[in-house]
Design a protein around this ligand. Structure first.
Ligand SMILES: NC(=O)C1=CN([C@@H]2O[C@H](COP(=O)(O)OP(=O)(O)OC[C@H]3O[C@@H](n4cnc5c(N)ncnc54)[C@H](OP(=O)(O)O)[C@@H]3O)[C@@H](O)[C@H]2O)C=CC1
Ligand SMILES: CC(=O)[C@@H](O)[C@H](O)COP(=O)(O)O
Ligand SMILES: [Mn+2]
Length: 393
């Protein structure tokens, strides 16, 4: 199996689950963005056939490190190498855990090549959901959603289905949201929050980008769009409920009034074990849920769209269709990156996304080229707005 984004939060959890099953799971490809040292640690532990570093300036360091470790792992560099390996015979399962739109080419290649695709990289579905789902259908790929909410829904649906076989017995999906570190705060009180506060998620240990997305509720907005593509429901039948305990990972309501939910401790190894083992259940290393030990209560409340307008913007982009979700995603990636670099404040994230959506009209998303153009246009527009916001008058 291939683990792309191996050095990140999801990648590390995936490798933990794989290591528990040496009899049935074997790492053949590992890929990271820039962190050669962390990638080399993983190569020494898992001895893959191939290791890829996306940043080509680090290729020599990867080669040197593999040689010094006495490994016969073949070194590669660049985004194209990851894409090529995703579609190659070097793997039959791909863990898509690169963060952001950078994950799209390898995810698409795995879908086209008919792999089992453990899809954590939600941005690729937001950016190119229709094309990605079509590629998976045509290529014969099995997509197992790894995002905890979508994995929960996958488990609750009859025969664990994604879009290809959804029938009309599904009434709606209820995505749960923790509410993030700023749950209960007013919009005005969020003006001066720090990066440290924003990435301090109350329940999940995750990478910085998704942690900020959780704090703005853009994460839930991206997940609404993700659910639309995976399960084939319109935005009007995908609801969001804030559930601060993060024990109910999402719910599915059927037309007969039944609601099914999946519960568990907030640890992504459960979702990953579902992905690796399905339709069998395998050990994930995560213990069972003791509801009394967890406080003995499950609370729910509506999301506050005034304090957290990103969720509203995402519903709007889904309704607008075409390239609008790609514009939303690109603007958000640039704005979150600027926030993490302390170039803009927290409230500038939704403001920049809204400004970009207002400035660039959505067009039909007929091809990957059209989506790439929209993505590039939105990144340029948002980056200019970031720069202008920092230019003294
Ligand atoms: N963490 C979680 O619990 C969850 C995450 N997800 C989704 O999973 C994805 C990964 O999230 P997470 O693990 O938290 O993120 P992290 O920031 O922890 O890890 C990101 C990984 O992507 C690699 N990477 C970054 N840029 C590139 C690039 N251009 N080319 C190749 N690799 C790259 C990084 O490599 P390097 O270390 O070298 O920089 C790292 O391995 C995201 O899409 C996120 O939304 C979904 C649900 C839950
Ligand atoms: C673990 C996972 O799936 C994350 O996407 C999580 O949902 C983030 O928590 P929020 O509910 O705060 O966005
Ligand atoms: Mn999630």
């Amino acid at each position: 199996m291939a683990v792309f984004g191996a050095t990140g939060s999801i990648g590390t959890s995936a490798l933990d689950v794989i290591a528990r099953h040496p009899d049935r799971l074997r790492v053949t490809v590992l890929a990271a963005g820039r962190d050669v040292e962390a990638l080399l640690v993983l190569c020494r532990r898992h001895r893959p056939q191939h290791a890829v570093i996306a940043d080509e300036t680090r290729f020599a360091a990867l080669c040197d490190g593999l040689r010094d470790a006495g490994l016969d792992t073949r070194a590669h560099a660049g985004a194209k190498a990851i894409e090529d390996l995703a579609g190659s015979d070097a793997c039959n399962t791909v863990v898509a855990a690169i963060v952001g739109a950078a994950g799209l080419p390898s995810t698409m290649a795995a879908a086209r090549a008919g792999k089992r695709l453990l899809l954590a990289n939600k941005e690729s579905l937001v950016l190119a959901g229709e094309l990605l789902m079509a590629a998976a259908r045509e290529g014969g790929a099995t997509i197992v959603p790894i995002d905890s909410e979508h994995n929960a829904i996958f488990q609750c649906l009859p025969s664990a289905r994604t879009q290809s076989s959804i029938d009309n017995t599904l009434a709606r999906i209820i995505l749960t949201a923790s509410g993030g570190p700023f749950r209960g705060r007013t919009r005005a009180s969020l003006a001066d929050v720090t990066v440290e506060q924003a990435v301090n998620h109350p329940k999940w240990s995750m990478g910085p980008k998704i942690s900020v997305d959780s704090a703005t509720l853009m994460n839930k907005g991206l997940e609404v769009i993700e659910a639309h593509h995976l399960f084939g429901l319109p935005g009007a039948r995908i609801d969001v409920l804030v559930h601060p305990q993060s024990l109910v990972h999402s719910m599915v309501e059927f037309i007969d009034g039944s609601t099914l939910a999946q519960l568990g401790l907030p640890d992504m190894r459960t979702a990953l074990a579902v992905g690796f083992g399905w339709p069998q259940r395998i050990d994930s290393g995560v213990g069972g849920l003791d509801l009394l030990a967890e406080g003995g209560r499950l609370d729910f409340e509506p999301p506050d769209l005034d304090a957290f307008p990103c969720l509203r913007l995402a519903y709007g982009a889904l309704a607008a269709g075409g390239t609008a979700p790609a514009l939303l995603n690109a603007a958000n990636e640039v704005a979150v990156s600027a926030f993490l670099q302390r170039r803009i404040g927290f409230l500038s994230i939704p403001a920049l996304v809204e400004d970009t959506l207002a400035a660039i009209p959505a067009s039909p998303a007929t091809s990957l080229d059209a989506l790439h153009d929209a993505d590039a246009h939105a990144r340029h527009h948002t980056a200019q707005a970031v720069a202008a916001a920092r230019t003294p008058a």
